[in-house]
Design a protein around this ligand. Sequence first.
Ligand code: MCN
Ligand code: CUN
Length: 798
Amino acid sequence: AEAEDGGPQPEKHCGHGRGGMGEDVKRKEDQRFITGRGNYVDDIKKPDMLHCEIVRSPHAHARIENIDKSRALDVDGVVAVLTADDLREYDLATMPTLMADTQDVLVNDKVKFQSQEVAAVIATDRYTAKDGAQKVVVDYDVLEPVVDAEESLEDDAPLIRDDIEGQEDNHCLDWETGDEEATAEVFEEADVTVKEQMLYQRLHPAPIETCGALGDYDPGKDKLTVHMTSQAPHIHRTLFAQVSGIPEHKIRIVSPDVGGGFGNKVPIYPGYVVAAAASYVLEQPVKWVEERSENIQSTGFARDYDMTGELAATDDGEILAVRTDVLADHGAYNAVAQPSKFPAGFFNIFTGSYDIDTAYGSLTAAYTNTAPGGVAYRCSFRVTEAVYLIERMVKVLADELGMDPAEIRRKNFIQPEQFPYESPTGWNYDSGDYEGALDKALEMADYDHYREEQQRRIDEDADTLLGIGISSFTEVVGAGPGKTCDIAGVEMFDSAEIRVHPTGNATVRVGVQTQGQGHETTFAQIVAEELGMDVDDITVEHGDTDTDPYGLGTYGSRSTPVAGAAAAVASRKVREKAKAIAANELEAAEEDITWDRETGEFHVAGAPDRSITITEIAAGAYMNHPSSEEPGLEAVNYYDPPEMTYPFGSYIVVVEVDRETGEVEFEKFVAVDDCGNRINPMIIEGQIHGGLAQGIGTAMLEHVTFDDNGNVTGGDFMNYLLPTSMEIPNFETGHTVTPSPHHPIGAKGVGESPTVGSPPAIVNAVVDAMSHAGITHVEMPMTPDTVWEKLDEAGLST
Ligand code: MCN
Ligand code: CUN
């Protein structure tokens, strides 16, 4: 870590053997995970616990004429059957989505997507609940569904949202950014323009653990505890309080171990509300845990952006303007999970890593008879789509001009000295060295060799073609600042609280919630670094709204940029107080006390032998505190970031395309990432590997599909294909370090970079194998038949 600490720093970090910044500390949480002692929602069992099963609609669009509960209630062990009518008594028949739409908790009148929640059966055990659910008789008046965004906007499309007053069609929202007129002018005068349409298909985040909740109302304390799979427990508590009318201090949300989130667990789902409400009404704990197909079919989907991209450039490859138009499928409700003021998420980052003066983007969103969403899947709020667009378009332009795709990138990159850089759509990039990352990736990938090999195969009419794809992406992560980013009005800050105990160890509580990212280790590392403690002496807690400071949760790779900053600032507050105690213990003036990052000790200036450790200071804080200070040693920080952070990277993918079968094999996969200063390189590498696997799933396999009747045809793992170890090549990872100038420890987020950055690299590689024959685009997922058709179209198939 020392060698590449890179650049001027607010404070310099290098790890001192205590498990601080830059050290490959093994994950603390893995002890319980690998010994089967994890504690997930479904592991929690309470006395007299009841189970909830949801009755779902087999139809995508249907009016409910009648629900007959009687046969279900006759089943031995069924305690209650709930419908919208029952919830209405408690004002819980509907709930707000994160985008302030109104979603039925249980269908009030009309089903709007297949598998929508119609009724809930509560029983003494899960199997009985399921038996009961099968005996609920629902009469449907089936209506014509529309599952395609383009068709849903046609005049004769059936109206989905007749519950919204004044709504006459399936139009959901419009959005635009940049300067339309100026962009049109540049396009008119440019030497060269290119245009391509591309679908970023509907995906599902597919965490291993599905969503679930255990509502546990305690009438004695008049307190509702909800254990639930939540990426954002605090904001979920606030929303629960607002919807139910239960005072917020009478609600406790506990998000225990979470088996993967990937954005799926950001929204509130009807099942959570039903389990909580049923527990409140029945005064017994009620558990609801989804099955796999329920998770795929009804929880928030990702992407579904049909995009048109255009670039205007000079003959020698200088990009002058970018224009894009998007048709977004939002499903049956506008339930997108992103900062409230950003209806298209951060899609306006579509100028990417390039210094493009002029840009314009427009978007139309439509309702369809499909599950609500537009949530997530390692996406940084639509940056995935934006990066795909610009990185694909740069390749299209390079081919049009006959330029090397590495060269055209180099020509257009924002240069290191241009930071802080303001993009034409108003985004403030904090720092970057794009060429540095690309150069490193090119070298690691042996780029020139593969270019030669590619030509050789073309010349020799070989059976397999070689393609080389590049993506030089820029991410934007770490929402806030609170003034521009909020969730349902709550500003997107985050928090950390540190309590150093009398015997010299500490408990750290953070407002974010890990789902597998290793926070129990990395947050401890930040505090260890900043306080000179040993990482083993620090315990990190999260996911309990009764004890943790308020935070906005983990998504959008915001934990490090925001809560990580809070942990550093809180540590420094503790360090300041520690100086006063050190002065008292060492009988010196406070101004004379200095802290040595290397040893982690406090010294009297000029007298290095007069030193004291944080452990001794902790004892002093409780056993001999100076009269100028309160006893104890703790601090809390609520951090509102001044700006977001902009991680980046260059990925290079080499593929072999079989001309006979259309099969694609990965020959080489290089990923160079820059997330500023690195807390735990090993955890970062794990994040990159996982995200690249998901990027491969995106590019090659995954797609939630529907038939014309609105049936989800990609609704289980037999049809929704995830990559396994068989489809994953050996990744070669590298990094550069360009610290964030405004972050207290110079760190940027990294969790989503690989999923954001890799799909265009993979598609570019497959296109590159055929571009000499005129192919400009291949749609994802690039299944063998999709690729073969392109080969055939180009006259390359054998
Ligand atoms: N890290 C680091 N140094 C940096 C940046 C990050 O050591 N400069 C470490 C962090 O300390 C943290 C991890 O890398 O342990 C990821 O940090 P960060 O980039 O801040 O992202 P978050 O912790 O906010 O995680 C969210 C991100 C998102 S949005 C999705 S989606 C995703 C992802 O993380 N979901 C995951 N990675 C996942 N990994 C697992 N195992 N499970 C998920 O559900
Ligand atoms: Cu975009 S998926 Mo993550 O933000 O939870």
